[in-house]
Ligand binder design. Structure first.
Ligand SMILES: [Mg+2]
Length: 316
């Protein structure tokens, strides 16, 4: 039986070079905050942003993005994540800013600060022209044209932005073969979710102690359900992304291979965590993905063959 491999690809930072876009994203976000939300001079806000960003980078393991009381990501994992974390910290620790945000977002879905930075992210990334990594088009075409592989874009960005920007790759009708699951909310943390995941040494866990400074929380039921739905037709899955805590840790603990694209902003601890996991692999270039997937199929069949042999040994 042919088993399909759904290759789940993150959008921002993986297919696109978010390090080239983050300055414009931050500038537009500060324009909107100063002019529409806070009513303060833009220069003062920009100075606060710059000082906060420096402080976060001096101890990034102490800062991040908390959702429903759980840490969704550390501050330094991605260029867009650092922008989001900087805005959250700056707005949160200045009472006048936090009060203005609460007035501007009275019907918050999470809390006013989080809704505010989410709104800034979705609005302003949609305005930026797409900045694809050089290999993005060829990699998507290779996945479409491979008889047993299909690409699935799974992203926290909005699906309509992604579909619109995909048009810039001029894939023609083949674009229709790329499914886009937007607004997946890998950051949607739920402290009441009882699910645990088998860690090879620690047993059932909800928080993965990655190293002495980093614990990655796995309580992400929205992302978990999205992955389960993607596999519901019997397809195998692999996930490819440029950051670790949000898109990568949960698949690895679910037994799904995860490829981390190492970028100019990828912290060493993320690459080390992925490289140390039997199902993890670090890519230095998106162009290496198709060949890495060839190895993955080889690895899986090898493992199955070893398992079969072990089984036969036990039966004998
Ligand atoms: Mg990303």
């Amino acid at each position: 039986m042919t088993q399909y491999l759904k290759v789940i690809i993150d959008w921002d930072g993986t297919l696109t070079a978010e390090e080239e876009q983050v300055e414009a994203l931050a500038a537009r976000s500060l324009d909107t905050l100063a002019g529409e939300v806070l009513g303060v001079p833009r220069e003062r806000l920009a100075a606060g942003y710059a000082a906060t960003r420096v402080r976060l980078l001096q101890a990034p393991h102490r800062y991040g993005w908390w959702v429903n009381g759980l840490l969704a990501t550390y501050a330094d994992e991605g260029a867009f994540i650092l922008n989001t974390a900087t805005l959250l910290v700056m707005l949160g620790e200045t009472p006048a800013y936090a009060q203005a945000v609460a007035r501007a977002f009275p019907q918050a879905q999470y809390d006013p600060l989080m809704d505010c930075v989410n709104a800034l992210f979705h609005r302003h990334t949609a305005e930026l022209p797409p900045a694809f990594r050089p290999a993005a088009r060829d990699v998507l075409l290779a996945l479409i044209e491979h008889p047993q592989r299909t690409p699935l874009i799974l992203t926290n960005s909005m699906g309509d932005k992604v579909r619109c920007h995909l048009g810039a790759l001029a894939l023609g009708q083949r674009q229709d073969e790329i499914a886009v699951l937007g607004d997946t909310r890998q950051y949607d943390m739920d402290p009441s979710w009882p699910q645990r995941f088998p860690h090879p040494e620690l047993g059932p866990i909800q928080v993965w102690p990655v190293d002495e400074r980093h614990d990655v929380d796995l309580r992400r039921p929205a992302y978990y359900r999205a992955l389960r739905r993607a596999a519901a037709d019997g397809s195998r899955l692999a996930v490819v992304a440029d950051t670790f805590s949000m898109p990568g840790a949960l698949p690895l603990m679910m037994g799904i291979p995860f490829f981390l694209l190492r970028t100019s902003y990828t912290p060493d601890w993320c690459a080390q965590a992925v490289a140390a996991h039997p199902l993890g692999r670090v890519l230095d270039d998106l162009a290496d993905l198709p060949a890495a997937l060839d190895d993955l199929q080889y690895d899986v069949s090898e493992r199955r063959a070893e398992g079969d042999r072990a089984g036969q040994g036990r039966d004998a």
